[in-house]
Each structure stands twice: as structure tokens, then as C-alpha cells.
Design a protein around this ligand. Structure first.
Ligand code: ADP
Ligand code: MG
Length: 453
């Protein structure tokens, strides 16, 4: 169904067209009519199904821009997710002038958030702990809140945010619209819905959605052989980009190091990294400066990496739900995906529940050995110590590199601009040249320090 079948403003419809959203996704089609009608909604839909736009279009349609007060709050489990939601909301809000979206997350300095809050905002996106801190310090008021969104509610419960969420609710008025999004429907989620929501409309899209086209392969392996099998998988199937899941942070760290020793470029993301380190890793993975991300489930939740060619379960997940989540990240956007799972002989019993006719159980010995196999990234990332605060835009960086520095536009990859820093992906073989030229030259007539990540 088209968005134009909904009672949306001309500007919103036009903007959706510009962004390239033509048809609604299943979750949008089923939830938006109710959301726009002011109903409470609980929606279950898998990762990548367009939940953000479902609530985003809803809260933007309700927004009174002239009233410069916080009217919507989106609670998310992690900072990465909050950043992604805020990004999507800003994209959706392009058509409306002066909509202010602010993120408030733990792991960032408190001080600058105070400054931003003093300037006011319409929509706040953040993690429950930090939002609560601001509420208690009275640096944030939810007196005018109209819509509360719990995004990835199941994950927030998993991460132990239940208490904080309950406390945040004490600061909101009773009459408001509450939207709850979750990838799974558990009893606990239903319980939360019962306490927070009023006559909630329930939307389930999981069974009606087209199944991703994923080829699932399983290999039995001893712990000692796992690394070798993993590398053989890479050398046989030559993925562009891979997320390898481990069950613990220590394993994630060790595996990334072991891969690097074998000239397979990999970075780990796990709960022990500082916020800026996580960001550096995510930027490098998403801009193709690192082909392999080794991750724990918590760290990888909600990452929206388009076109992931392979997912590997280096460890068998403890629950089949986790398995479904993990592999759901590949085979999106109509492309075929590859999912590999390694399991140990002592997990033979657990593997029984995975057995069905669509899944292939193969012998790891059949994977050919390829001598001298390496995985190197297509790009290398340069960091520029200037960002939005310095009014640096992607065009300025592109201009500095292609203009004065004389690089071809085609050798420059993704550019990400953050508050105080920017990242630009440069074709690996040109990295030194680009680095040197940016160091010597100027961006927007200013000198910025530049370094290779
Ligand atoms: P979820 O929160 O359900 O995991 P997201 O909201 O992050 O999924 O959306 C996944 C991707 O789909 C995003 O890149 C988003 O821009 C895109 N998307 C959302 N709605 C549409 C639509 N109607 N048409 C095309 N792409 C869409
Ligand atoms: Mg989401």
C-alpha cells in the first residue's frame, strides 16, 4: 500500500517520495493507521522491517512545531540505536521546518547535554538511564509529552532497564499515547504493555513478511578447529562483509585478534569498549574499512547495516530466537544471504531443534583450503577533527580531497559527520596521499588535524 492512502501532510508525502519510500512495509501498513488515530500500539516485527519510520511518521504528524516543548520521547536500549533513530527521524522531518531532535544517552558527557537541553527540543531520543538522570535533575521536563515510544522493548528488558523505564513514566502525564516496538513477544513484554498501555492495538507482522532468502549451513567443529574452519568459510565464500557472533565479550576480542594475526582484517565490538571506540569500530565496518565485525549480541543489536553478505555464529546461540535475530541481518533488500553456524560435539543435543529440510548440515572437511588467503579492506578511514560544530559538511571534505588534493571522487567512500569529528573512507592505496594532502590543505579555510584510524 502507498503512503498516500494515509492522512499525511503534502510535505510529508513529498519527503517520503524523495527519500525513496514508496510502499509501506508490513509493519508500517498495519500500525500507522492506528498510530495516526492516537491509539496505543504494540507491534512485533523483525529487525529491518521499518519500525522507526512507523513511529517516526506518527510522532512527526502529531508534532506542533510552534510549541517548542518536548512532545515525544523515544527510549532505546543503546546509544547506537538512539543515534540511528535520531538520524532517521531527522530525515523524515526534513519537510517540516525547525524540528529539533535531540539524543540523550549514557556514555556521553552530561555537560554538553545540559547546553542542548537549554536550547530546547521537540523530540528526545535516548537511553532510559540518562533520560532519568535528566528528569531527576529537572534539566528535562516531560510535562508536555504526547507520545512515548519504547523501541526494541524486549532488548531494553534484557538489558535490565525495566526499573528505569518505570521511573521515567512517573514523570509523564497519564494521558499520552504509548507505542511499544519489539522483535519478540514474550510474556514479559505483554506484561509491560498491560501496565503502560491502554487498550493497545496489537500488530504482528512476523509471519506475513516475506522470508529473507538466506542459505543456512551448519558445521560441527572442535573448539581447536573453529578458527581454521572460519577462515576456510571466508576463503570459499568470499563475503564482502561479515558479522561473526560470539557468546561472550572475551571471545569476541580474542577472535578478532586471532583473525588479524592471520591477515584477516577484523574488529571486535563488545560491551567493554568506550563509547568513542565503539563508534570508531562501527564507522569502519559500515564504510568498508573493515570487512569483518566480531560482535556479541548486545553490541550488535539494532545495527542497521544494509547488505550484509554473511553472518557467522561462531558459537551456537543459547536460544533459537537469538539465532533468528542474528541471521536476519543478512539476505535483506532482495539479496541472497549466507548464514554459517559452528557447533561442538557437546552441543549435538541443542542442535536438534535447528534441524529442518531447509538447513544444510555439512562436513567442514569439504571446505577447500586456499593458500595465502587474506582479507583486506577496500577503504581506510581518515578522521578529521572537525564536525557539525565546526559547520563541516560532507561536501566540504569531498571538495578538499577532490579539489586541492586532486583525488578522484570515485576513490572516496562514505563520509560520516559527527558533532566534533568526521570520518571519510579513502581507497586503501591512496590513503597516504589523501592523508598528507588533507594535513597540508584546509577545509572551509580552516586547518583541522587529520589522522588515519
Ligand atoms: P527496524 O527498526 O524495524 O529494525 P528500521 O526502521 O531501522 O528497521 O528500517 C530498516 C531500513 O528500511 C532503513 O534503512 C530504512 O531507511 C528502510 N525503510 C523503512 N521504511 C521503508 C519504506 N517504506 N520503504 C523503503 N525503505 C524503508
Ligand atoms: Mg529499530
Amino acid at each position: 500500500m502507498k503512503f498516500s492512502s494515509l492522512p499525511l501532510s503534502k510535505e510529508m508525502l513529498h519527503n517520503l517520495g524523495e527519500i525513496g519510500y514508496k510502499e509501506m512495509t508490513a509493519v508500517q501498513e498495519q500500525s500507522l493507521p492506528f498510530i495516526l488515530d492516537g491509539k496505543d500500539v504494540i507491534a512485533e516485527a523483525k529487525t529491518g522491517s521499518g519500525k522507526t519510520a512507523a513511529f517516526g511518521i506518527g510522532l512527526l504528524s502529531k508534532l506542533k512545531v510552534k510549541k517548542f516543548r518536548v512532545q515525544s520521547l523515544v527510549l532505546c536500549p543503546t546509544r547506537e540505536l538512539a543515534d540511528q533513530v535520531a538520524k532517521e527521524l531527522r530525515l523524515l522531518a526534513r519537510a517540516t521546518h525547525n524540528v529539533k531532535v535531540l539524543t540523550l544517552c549514557g556514555g556521553s558527557a552530561f555537560g554538553p547535554q545540559l547546553g542542548s537541553l537549554e536550547h530546547g527540543a521537540h523530540i528526545i531520543v535516548g537511553t532510559p538511564g540518562r533520560i532519568l538522570k535528566h528528569l531527576k535533575k529537572e534539566t528535562l521536563s516531560l510535562e508536555d509529552l504526547e507520545i512515548l515510544v519504547l523501541d526494541e522493548a524486549d532488548r531494553m528488558l534484557d538489558m535490565g532497564f525495566k526499573e528505569e523505564i518505570d521511573e521515567v513514566l512517573l514523570f509523564c502525564k497519564k494521558r499520552k499515547q504509548t507505542l511499544l516496538f519489539s522483535a519478540t513477544y514474550t510474556d514479559e513484554i505483554m506484561q509491560v504493555s498491560k501496565t503502560l498501555q491502554h487498550e493497545a492495538v496489537s500488530v504482528k507482522t512476523v509471519s506475513t513478511e516475506k522470508r529473507n532468502n538466506i542459505i543456512e549451513r551448519f558445521y560441527e567443529s572442535s573448539d581447536a578447529k573453529k578458527l581454521e574452519i572460519l577462515i576456510n568459510i571466508f576463503s570459499n565464500f568470499k563475503p564482502q562483509n561479515v558479522i561473526v557472533f560470539t557468546n561472550t565479550k572475551i571471545q569476541a576480542k580474542e577472535l578478532a585478534e586471532n583473525l588479524q594475526k592471520q591477515k584477516i582484517d577484523a574488529l571486535a565490538i563488545h560491551g567493554e569498549l568506550e563509547q568513542y571506540e565503539r563508534n570508531d569500530v562501527l564507522v569502519q565496518f559500515s564504510n568498508k574499512s573493515c570487512p569483518i565485525l566480531v560482535a556479541t549480541d548486545v553490541a550488535a543489536r539494532g545495527l542497521d547495516i544494509k547488505e550484509l553478505s554473511m553472518v557467522v555464529n561462531y558459537d551456537l546461540p543459547h536460544q533459537t530466537e537469538t539465532y533468528t535475530h542474528r541471521i536476519g541481518r543478512t539476505g535483506r533488500a532482495g539479496k541472497d544471504g549466507l548464514a554459517f553456524t559452528l557447533f561442538s560435539s557437546y552441543e549435538i543435543e541443542n542442535i536438534e531443534e535447528y534441524k529442518d529440510e531447509t538447513r544444510l548440515f555439512e562436513d567442514a572437511l569439504d571446505l577447500k583450503r586456499v593458500n595465502g588467503f587474506e582479507m583486506k579492506p577496500q577503504y581506510i578511514t581518515l578522521v578529521i577533527e572537525g564536525g557539525k560544530k565546526d559547520k563541516v559538511r560532507a561536501g566540504d571534505i569531498l571538495g578538499a580531497l577532490t579539489g586541492d588534493a586532486g583525488l578522484k571522487g570515485s576513490s572516496i567512500g562514505k563520509i560520516d559527520i559527527y558533532e566534533r569529528q568526521s570520518y571519510v573512507a579513502i581507497e586503501s592505496k591512496l590513503i597516504d596521499e589523501a592523508h598528507e594532502k588533507l594535513n597540508r590543505g584546509k577545509i572551509k579555510n580552516k586547518k583541522f588535524s587529520v589522522w588515519v584510524l
